[in-house]
Design a protein around this ligand. Structure first.
Ligand code: ADP
Length: 193
């Protein structure tokens, strides 16, 4: 089983590369952001609750995210593995996730961290906001999301570095080149095992 966590700040390209990775390695894509947007569009109870946080650039509370994620994973029994995109985003999420995966005997295989500087990220997100109308891609909310990322999410780099499964990939340039570099990291980790 290949369980891949795609890690990086907002706008780093996690969604773009997830789509390519699931195709190449035949994995299931789980994007917590996409699930929330689906729930918001359908005005479900979960969606309404999550939107109160997302619209302000804040994280949805851990217990809400964890319950949703575990339910989502339960839908897929017979898969070769998952690409987790936008999860985990806090130390608590990562710890509970590890516990659950340990129980299921399917640990995180590797974490790919996409490295992109903040100036480039802000440019990308503002462009995405204009093109897609995503309401959290406005300058004010973007700034808040970075603040939250730096404070709550970035410490995960150290968490996974300690587990010796963290791989960094430079995330600026041609999409295909970046993708190939991600695949090289995946294959180096697979070949170790
Ligand atoms: P991006 O990576 O561009 O910031 P996402 O689509 O991954 O965007 O997430 C959008 C929003 O959904 C986040 O800003 C956050 O409010 C919420 N969200 C997504 N995943 C999580 C998570 N694992 N924990 C808490 N909140 C989350």
């Amino acid at each position: 089983m290949l369980n891949l966590v795609l890690f990086g700040p907002p706008g780093a390209g996690k969604g773009t590369h997830s789509v390519k990775l699931i195709e190449k390695y035949n994995l299931k894509h789980i994007s917590t952001g996409d699930i929330f947007r689906y729930e918001i569009n359908n005005k479900t109870e979960l969606g309404i609750k999550a939107n109160g946080f997302i619209a302000q650039g804040l994280l949805v509370p851990d217990e809400v995210v964890l319950e949703m994620l575990f339910n989502e994973m339960d839908k897929y029994n017979d898969v070769k593995g998952f690409v987790f995109d936008g999860f985990p985003r806090t130390i608590v999420q990562a710890e509970k996730f590890d516990e659950m995966l340990q129980f299921r005997k399917m640990p995180v295989s590797l974490v790919i961290s996409l490295e992109v500087n903040e100036e480039e990220l802000i440019k990308r997100l503002i462009k995405r906001g204009i093109e897609t109308g995503r309401t959290d891609d406005t300058e004010e909310v973007i700034r808040k999301r970075f603040e939250v990322y730096n404070k709550q999410t970035k410490p995960l780099l150290e968490y996974y570095r300690k587990q010796k499964i963290l791989h960094s990939v430079y995330g600026i340039g041609g999409i295909q080149t970046i993708f190939e570099n991600i695949c090289k990291e995946i294959e180096s980790e697979i070949n170790k095992k």
